[in-house]
Design a protein around this ligand. Sequence first.
Ligand code: NAI
Length: 724
Amino acid sequence: MTNSNTIRWTQDDTGVVTLTLDDPNQSANTMNRDFQTSLATVADRLAAGKEAIRGVVITSAKKTFFAGGDLRELIAIRPEDAETAFAAIEAVKRDLRRIETLGVPVVAAINGSALGGGYEIALACHHRVALDAKGSKIGLPEVTLGLLPGGGGVTRTVRLLGVTDALLKVLVQGTQYPPRAALDAGLVHEVVDTPEELLEKARSFIDAHPESRQPWDAEGYRIPGGAPSHPKLAANLPAFPATLRKQTAGAPYPAPRAVLAAAVEGALLDFETASTVESRYFVGLATGQTAKNMIQGFFFDLQAVNAGRSRPSGPEPRTVRKVAVLGAGMMGAGIAYACARAGIEVVLKDVSADNARKGKAYAEGLLAKALAKGRTTERKRDELLARITPTADVADLAGCDAVIEAVFEDPALKHQVFQEVQHVVAPDALLCSNTSTLPITLLAEGVERPDGFVGLHFFSPVDKMPLVEIIKGERTGDEALARAFDLVRQIRKTPIVVNDSRGFFTSRVIGRFITEGVAMVGEGVPAASVEQAAAQAGYPAKVLSLMDELTLTLPRRIREETRRATEAAGGTWTPHPADAVIDRMVEEFGRPGRSGGAGFYDYVDGRRAGLWAGLAEHFGKDLAPGEIPFEDLKERMLFVEALDTVRCLEEGVLTSVADANVGSLLGIGFPGWTGGALQYINGYEGGPAGFVARAEELRAAYGERFAPSPLLREKAEKGELFRD
Ligand code: NAI
């Protein structure tokens, strides 16, 4: 019998009610309005029929248990909706609380992922049994979207685990646990292997605990580890804000701080008041811009990108069975590991068998670490390693249906290796180059099937970096592009698709950020302030250190090439203020970067020591302290990248807003709180128009590179956001 839209009610003759979460309009259950209404109906019905009910099992008919808050609804909440949003979340919590305190045992039979709101429903149950389903995750990842678990997640985890563990294991990082790890962390009570066992365990709990209630509703209950006033905890708590500051480096991430406040305040209050305080913090975050940015970039755009927004739709999906990786250096070794991890046979070729074996040894090293941390088993390790065949013999590449080339960055060498292999591998093999700077169109000239040739730009270290930039050369066909896309998905990475252009998208735009930092040094800004500004803007890397890593000779080479190309095309070449700084560093001071032993930083035994003291002496001593506002330093870095991202879209290098946001977030460390380089413009105070006004100010103060391009002006004038 169905009595509500999204929650199916069945009651057996022993008095056990099973509530099956099954939203008829969506592939996953979310905490949308329909659910809220259904939950209220169910809570009423349970209360009314209580005498005849012996226990309640909550489970789901979907692949996942429950997907959490409805992000479409959440992203649309405006500041003026705060009270409505507060009332809505309070209503859901009241209904969950009614079920929790009904006086009969309530069990969550978690049949798949229970994240966010899904785990919050489970937390309101007296017992949590999880099915060890493949890919299933349990936890409260709200913080990664700029939110906090406002459906009772903070209040209940604090009471379940204690303040410290709740913060560290669950709330502050938003860790998503596979079921067995969730058991170890104390998030669930039991883990089972089959759906049948799941229901059996739920029933046996009901049989054994006819009068179940939550630990926190029992007489004499104390928060594990003590309330914040407990001397031991009180001594530890002051360290938390400092830890958070270190994690966020002063960048505008309000969620971790709100989580901390809600947890600590909540631990001092009774359950109901704590829950209300939590709702207030939640609404504060949900109505703010950071959560909207993060939901847009890390959820909607990421989902669109992974779902194939930029994949040509014609070609049928294909999987790669056996891949040839050419070059077993840093990148080749990482690519080989990533492919083998996804179950693909890998032939790893280098000039000598010894080099190739060293490449495979990299995978062995990573697996040894994973094994030590319990992240893999000996059997899985052995199977993975057995899939990597190191070789120096081209003949071993026979039958490969894809080639990924990662030899030295030399066009002649790249042409040569493709010549060698193109007749050995499968006749229709997908041909990819991992070049970071060479035009794909140029490289494709060296193969007999340029339509089957594509750029596949991985990031270092390959095993950790989630993005791959797919580059379409002038002659790359749709079939190759689609196959490259499918290959990237097959190895569980995120593919953005860009058109061939100097530096593609990621290298080009990160270059703007780095040269901006270098230009600041030339203006006399203390180098430490430059690094501090990048950190406070939210960048994960130090900008001058990044320059040292890339070596200062690289921008010099690129500059020369660009200058020649610009002038050859009849254009005028304008130097960048960073050029003079780089030239002096290399020519006058002999400091070309880390590989040369000295750059903006000193290096001792190859390790980064402090910033070079000479910077203060040689660059712009006339600058008065504070003459350049610190806010300008931060915004200049963000603006040069965002402005150039718009130009990439305008020039057709990028073909979608989602690719732009995801590529900037995952590929070049554009700060997460912005939701990506274009979402940063959308979310800037005043939207694109506000952004343009500020760009004009920066332009007047610092130069033409801050000039808004026509597309940006158009958006500003029309009051439109960057959206696909
Ligand atoms: P690497 O110097 O670590 O490795 C290159 C390997 O290619 C060496 O092991 C070398 O022995 C091998 N090799 C040379 N000639 C060969 C041939 N004829 N056949 C087979 N193997 C040969 O270089 P890395 O850093 O791995 O870079 C490789 C490529 O990836 C370059 O095109 C680079 O631009 C690109 N790339 C590098 C990134 C990085 O962060 N290092 C990031 C993205 C792309």
